[in-house]
Ligand binder design. Sequence first.
Ligand SMILES: [Cu+2]
Length: 430
Amino acid sequence: MSATAPAYTIPRRSVVGEEAEWCKMFDPPTDSPATPELLAPTNPVPAFIAANVPGAKNTVPNTIRRDLMHGTDLTMYDGKKVRFFTFSDPDVPATGGGVWPGPTIRAPRGVVFHGESSAGGPPPHTIHWHGIEPTPMNDGVGHCSMEIGSYTYQFQPNFIGTYFYHCHRNTMQHFEFGLYGMLLVEPPDAFSGAPAVAGGYPRRTAANLANFPQFPGFVAGDLAGGDPHAYTVPYAAEALWVLDDVDSVWRDKMANAKATFPSHGLLNPGVDDQFFKGDFHDFNPDYFFVTGVPFPAPVGSTVSCAPNVVVPAHLNSGVTGMQVSVNAQVNQTVLVRVLNASYVTIRVRFPVDVVIIAFDGRALGVPPFAQYNHAFLLPAGTSYELSTARRFDVLMRSSTPVNSFATVEFRHNQKNDSLLLNGLIPVTIS
Ligand SMILES: [Cu+2]
């Protein structure tokens, strides 16, 4: 048997000349199906949120809920109103009007995770758990997974790290309009310690720091043997940098921008959808953000976001004290999680040496992939480039005070890499 003389063939229809159609693998179900092979969920975090966030409840035991909404106009720094799509958590009243980015989901490694989705705006929507590897039905990829009004997603997060969730129906509208949030996988015991520990810091994340003894508390250990802290390190402070851009003209002009997209079985799927027509090809962002906090200046500027921004516990699974700008003390280990949620290229520079410990939800040098990569030093001032949807996690620890900025360059990935904005994020270590 060989590639030129196969023992069997799988008949496939040629899609040559039909590039717009490739994405539609089957017509999705027309109503909300039951989750195949549904297990009892074991995620303790929904109960933790109900116990620690005022007004929150846990309607479905061990289950996180998300409502996907349409049509929130947010006011930009200069007064312009721009249309966003947002998530809310029906169990957390403070998110009721929809928030952007969506509420951060934290989950311990190894639980049976249930995410119950519903659609306050017109369906169809999906939730794609970016970087997790669920079954196809639970992957939430529009046009080739289910895409309906409500569904209970089921998966087991098996690698500690930084992920995100987003609607994957007509992605370049629903994701670009803001239907996403972070998904952070933590050690198995992250929510089973004393409440003061479970809801604050220090916390632990996955890393292999055998070559970086400046970060105390790293445990190598026996991952396969069940040690919940094997290949993890404690951190005393945490910052979340979700970098995003908005093209306000694109959002306004996009055909059918404020509606949803074709119903099941209508038109010619993947061909008559609007998303490759009109103005979708020309994306020129004019507003820039870190974790929803504006860089308040026009294209071409160098500008700082506000200092001292802390993510409220009701947007962070009940965990108190996650930061945007960095405020820490000397000799504290600080974890910075970075996501490029924009549609351009981003280059990140730190004002101090940092160690990159993970990419895209996989810790470097950690079994079972330990032989393929390793954590590495990124010297102060050295840029690191991220394309859309990529993430990296870095650790910083300074023995001397720092009063400076990290920089995030938004660069146009269609127009000669031209600089769109130079964003500054305060880093203060005192
Ligand atoms: Cu959607």
